[in-house]
Design a binder for this molecule. Structure first.
Ligand SMILES: Cc1ncc(C[n+]2csc(CCOP(=O)(O)OP(=O)(O)O)c2C)c(N)n1
Ligand SMILES: [Mg+2]
Length: 524
């Protein structure tokens, strides 16, 4: 093939990224990436993260908020290594992220240079969908294009391109962007079978996962539930909110254990999982997968998640197309709706701030269109009870269980969503895995609020102890972390609140601020 190039690899890549709408580059620079920045285009912005885990977490939040793949540049093997936990999370979140990493110059690779990544394409596996170091410099733009199309193809996820430092100044040819469809349509025969089963079901339930909101199918899922009078449960360890939690058909959250799943789905003759892996358990459990009388169907855009389901019928489809196909026929006779979940008793103001009281206060005073990004393990049940999410794109957490996502992802969501207030609800322990995100929020002056829930320990692990027969846990106390000082040290405002009657005003001020603010809330 001719290599009579007319542009540099760098210009060809920037032009391609521009055509994909990827003009925000997340990264942490090193020597093996510097030539990328020679005449950095004015219409691009470079968002610096101070550690690569924070870089990828920010890109993950940004990609989810903007519904387009984010582009990331990491520094060789060390940068990919730091980022690995966040890459794992982006893979589990099904977030499209195009990761690039610098590699040493091709001519010195035979003598194992400083910073050289020995098996660059192996390093991020198995948590990338595709990994490549182009054989020739001129193939770099085409590799970026392929990485983009694959990242955006359901199931979405990270892809990786390793780029030798001397490639950027080489000549190549422009690569034209193409339309690559990413919609999947389910087998019409199976969709008809599911529709008949729904028409015949006496007590149907839906179990929703992140896939519904990720695919923009929120309104369709509401219509389908209303048509069938189906209870709607949230699948365990769900990364987004896919159904309004104040809706009369909303039944609640299924805990992540085998027995709990079977118990919660008792009494339903048909269970339809929508955009949900079925099921993501956290601890070992026993007994039946589902109650014996229950028939299971799954609509999912992920063939892998469909393959390990032990029972039932899986239909591989984009959620918006699959649900639209189910709705595309005459409605069955209207059903009497079962009763949804009950509102919890009002949390009382005690001498100290309880987590339910904090969540209730947040629900009452947060801006109606604000977005919650959560990483606060032992506070989650209280949040689910007292802080209902009722908007599409209104909630994000990590699906992997790997801490360090919350602060950076909140920054990425705020960057991608400037018209909405973003509130990060972060445990004191969790915050320390991605604390560098505060600095980026400060540099960009994002008008967001970090609420650090300070209980002085890894409460979730202390709660787990008895399940493993432990009477006490080791390494779970977190004394002496000063979050107000950490906020100041990262260039943002911070304040502390430890009495319930001060909470309301402190949070109101934080939400009104047009800059990032951290509120350290002492809870009992
Ligand atoms: C990267 C990573 N390291 C360790 C853990 C184990 N872990 C799970 S929950 C948890 C505690 C988190 O503490 P905090 O944010 O304070 O929340 P709390 O449990 O107090 O509600 C830890 C350490 C993890 N999930 N991910
Ligand atoms: Mg804690």
């Amino acid at each position: 093939m001719s290599t009579n190039g007319s542009v540099t690899v760098r210009d060809a890549v920037f032009s391609l990224l521009r055509s994909f709408g990827m003009t925000t580059l997340f990264g942490n620079p090193g020597s093996t990436e510097l030539p990328l920045f020679r005449s950095f285009p004015n219409d691009f912005r470079y968002v610096v993260g101070l550690q690569e885990s924070a870089v990828v977490g920010m890109a993950d939040g940004f990609a989810q908020a903007t519904r387009n793949a984010a582009i990331v540049n990491l520094h060789s093997a060390a940068g990919v290594g730091h980022a690995m936990g966040a890459i794992f999370t982006a893979y589990k979140n099904r977030t499209p992220v195009v990761l690039t990493a610098g590699q040493q110059a091709r001519s010195i690779l035979p003598t194992e240079p400083f910073l050289f990544s020995m098996q660059a394409t192996e390093l991020p596996k198995p948590y990338v969908k595709w990994s490549n170091e182009p054989a020739r410099a001129e193939d770099v733009p085409a590799a970026i294009a392929r990485a983009y199309y694959l990242a955006m193809q359901p199931p979405c996820g990270p892809t990786f391109v390793s780029i030798p430092v001397d490639d950027w100044d080489r000549q190549t040819e422009q690569v034209s962007p193409r339309r690559v469809s990413s919609a999947l349509r389910g087998d019409p025969n199976l969709v008809a079978k599911l529709r008949n089963a729904l028409d015949d079901a006496a007590h149907p339930a839906f179990v929703v996962g992140s896939g519904v909101d990720r695919d923009g199918a929120w309104d369709l899922a509401v219509r389908l539930a209303e048509r069938y009078g189906a209870h709607v449960w949230v699948t365990p360890n769900c990364g987004r909110c896919s159904f309004p939690e104040s809706h009369p058909l909303f039944a609640g959250f299924i805990p992540p254990g085998k027995e709990a799943v079977a118990r919660h789905l008792e009494g339903y003759d048909l269970v339809l999982a929508l955009g949900a892996p079925v099921f993501t358990y956290h601890t070992e459990g026993f007994g039946p997968f589902l109650p014996a009388e229950t028939t299971l169907f799954q609509l999912i855009d992920d063939p892998d998640a469909a393959s390990w389901l032990p029972i039932g019928t899986s239909i591989i489809t984009s959620l918006h197309l699959g649900i639209a196909d189910l709705l595309d026929h005459a409605s069955p006779p209207a059903r009497v709706w079962p009763e949804g979940r009950r509102k919890p008793a009002r949390a009382q103001m005690g001498a100290r701030i309880s987590v339910p009281y904090l969540m209730q206060t947040l629900a009452e005073i947060r801006p109606a269109d604000s977005i919650i990004v959560e990483e606060a393990p032992s506070s989650r049940v209280a949040m689910q009870a007292y802080l209902p999410i009722d908007r599409s794109n209104g909630f994000y957490t990590c699906s992997s269980g790997g801490l360090g996502h919350g602060i950076p992802a909140a920054v990425g969501v705020a960057l991608g969503n400037p018209e909405h207030k973003v509130i990060g609800l972060i445990g004191d322990g969790s915050s320390m895995y991605g604390i560098q995100g505060l600095w980026t929020a400060g540099q960009l002056q994002l008008p967001m609020t970090f609420v650090v829930i300070r209980n002085g320990r890894y409460q979730a692990l202390e709660d787990f102890g008895p399940q493993f027969g432990l009477s006490h846990t080791v390494g779970t106390k977190l004394p002496s972390i000063d979050f107000v000082a950490l906020a100041a040290g990262h260039g943002i405002d911070g304040c502390r609140v430890d009495l319930p009657d001060a909470l309301n005003n402190v949070l109101r001020d934080a939400f009104a601020a047009e800059k990032p603010t951290l509120v350290e809330v002492h809870v009992c």
